[in-house]
Design a protein. Structure first.
Length: 162
């Protein structure tokens, strides 16, 4: 019997997660956004990496993680969740309860897809408007050589205001 530990397969590497975070934060700075918090989860909703910029409010981690977890939990972006469930507030509340609070159904939770189109994780960003958060997530995922769902931010993302 071998004494060597076998490494576990990962869906999303720490290197990929760090690239996503660095790019998301740089994108926010380039567009003069409010301080951002960025959470990257693997396909099992485990935190791979997180960073927040100086000046973020204390709930930003929970919001960012909740956006990413909601996307993974429903298998769709949080923009799509918001749009599909807009007329079903009771169901949204039930989902938040089932997810023990890890369900934030507003843009900024973006699925990370591999080359085959399979979800390998999610990014959640919080700090500016939800549309701007989502723009940073999509830009960062694609800069890491991965695909995102959604593929593009809302057309008027840069017009959204707090």
């Amino acid at each position: 019997m071998s004494e060597t530990l076998c490494p576990l397969q990962v869906s999303l590497s720490l290197s990929q997660a760090n690239t996503i975070i660095e790019t998301a934060l740089a994108t926010g700075r380039a567009h003069n956004m409010q301080p951002l918090a960025v959470a990257v989860l693997d396909v099992g909703a485990h935190l791979v990496a997180f960073q927040r910029e100086d000046g973020c409010g204390m709930l930003r981690f929970d919001i960012a993680r909740g956006k990413a977890a909601a996307a993974l939990g429903m298998g769709m972006s949080t923009r799509m969740i918001r749009d599909r469930l807009a007329a079903r507030p009771a169901f949204q509340s039930a989902l938040a309860a089932a997810a023990q609070g890890q369900f934030i159904p507003v843009p900024g939770g973006v699925l990370i897809l591999d080359a085959g189109g399979f979800a390998v994780g999610a990014v959640g960003i919080s700090g500016d408007t939800s549309d701007k958060d989502e723009f940073c997530a999509i830009t960062a995922i694609q800069a890491a050589g991965l695909k995102s769902e959604p593929e593009a931010a809302a057309p008027d993302w840069n017009q959204s205001q707090l």
